[in-house]
Design a protein around this ligand. Structure first.
Ligand code: AMP
Ligand code: MG
Length: 352
């Protein structure tokens, strides 16, 4: 799954959109274990609090195996179970898929419907045409006719029939790409695994897709939200128990071609990289839903992001537009602390 092609695909991004924010509170004697692993083509930060280091180290290794398994299963452009499914359904045949994969594909279909097709993991061909099925995204961008034809072919999750463990589609233009959801999914799998291992207090941060459980001693975990215009943190918030916070940003994957910048989040309605929004951050219980939503809200654009959040059942979200104005709902606004001076221009939208 090319996450964020970065997640699953292979793009190493150095720009963590969300960063764990522990430095100021990490006293040397505290039982805080931190490790960074390279998985899904991206950096994954693991923080575990309150268990002895050897147990934490073993848990980190287990998680890194989870990430690697997910990476090889869902890779969107190197031969993988996913590319084999794509070949089979494009030929009009039924693909038999293992249960674990079917569960995520079914969930992605539901999320896609709720987003009104703005989160559309069926647009693999468009993503490839834009040069993002590559470890190093590159131009030239596709020509107008190619984009128009790919949009007119209406690849959508509606055209994917899921029956038991088989997948079929009557639309040969449908090509699955789970880059928008893969990292969030992997984070959920990792947190479930940690829990199974008896770990109650942890953060898993896969390039800005974060899920938090428990606390950092007697204090909540505090998470920083990356400033889309620089390398610092624009704001932070304390996490409440088991919660996920996921961002999508136009600067996570992009290339410049003849003076124009092309980023990796495609508006399925136009077939072009989405315009008007620089980043979106979603707070939700599970990271898979938050990941699908962050992509959908960015694709929705500055006028419709809020409606899309509502449609997807998201209660807390923040959008930064191309002018640097921060838009957020009142519930999230109560929790956010800006970390830059002066604070950015802020617009509070109606409650979600
Ligand atoms: P994220 O960083 O979670 O927003 O995911 C971005 C990745 O999702 C891209 O690199 C593409 O692989 C894929 N993608 C781009 N646009 C869309 C879209 N509208 N719906 C679903 N997946 C998308
Ligand atoms: Mg996403």
């Amino acid at each position: 799954m090319a996450k964020k092609n970065k997640a699953v695909g292979a793009l190493v991004t150095c720009n963590l959109l969300l960063v764990t924010f522990l430095c100021s509170c990490n006293k040397p004697q505290e039982p805080l274990y931190q490790e960074q692993i390279l998985a899904l083509g991206a950096l994954v930060d693991i923080s575990i609090w309150g268990v002895e280091p050897e147990r934490a180290r073993r848990a980190s290794t287990a998680i890194s195996e989870d990430f690697n398994r997910i990476h090889t299963t869902w890779h969107a452009w190197q031969t993988s179970p996913l590319t084999r499914i794509n070949e089979t359904i494009a030929a009009g045949a039924a693909a038999t898929v293992d249960t674990g994969m079917i569960a995520l594909i079914g969930q992605a279909k539901e999320l896609s419907v709720k987003s009104g097709g703005l989160f559309n993991p069926a647009i693999g061909r468009l993503i490839a045409a834009w040069g993002f099925h590559s470890d190093e995204p590159h131009g030239p961008p596709p020509d107008v006719t190619t984009i128009a034809a790919l949009v007119a072919a209406h690849p959508s999750m509606d055209a994917l029939q899921i029956e038991g463990d088989t997948l079929k589609s009557n639309n040969p233009a449908l090509q699955l790409d789970f880059g928008a959801i893969g990292q969030g999914y992997a984070v959920d799998v990792a947190i479930a695994h940690l829990r199974k291992l008896g770990i109650q207090n942890a953060i898993v941060n896969a390039s800005g897709d974060i899920r938090v459980i428990g606390k950092h001693g007697d204090r909540p975990w505090r998470i920083g939200i990356r400033d889309p215009r620089g390398s610092g943190i624009i704001a932070s918030l304390e996490m409440q128990g088991d919660e996920s916070i996921v961002s999508s940003g136009t600067y996570e994957r992009f290339y410049d071609y003849q003076g124009t910048r092309y980023h990796h989040i495609i508006d399925p309605r136009s077939g072009y990289p989405a315009r008007g929004v620089t980043s979106v951050t979603v707070v939700h219980s599970d990271a898979t839903t938050a990941d699908a939503a962050s992509t959908a809200l960015l694709a929705a654009g500055p006028q419709e992001w809020w409606k899309t959040a509502r449609d997807m059942g998201i209660k807390q979200a923040l959008m930064i537009d191309e002018q640097g104005v921060v838009h957020m709902d009142p519930a999230l606004a109560k929790r956010i602390r800006f970390e830059v001076t002066p604070s950015p221009k802020l617009e509070i939208v109606p409650g979600l």
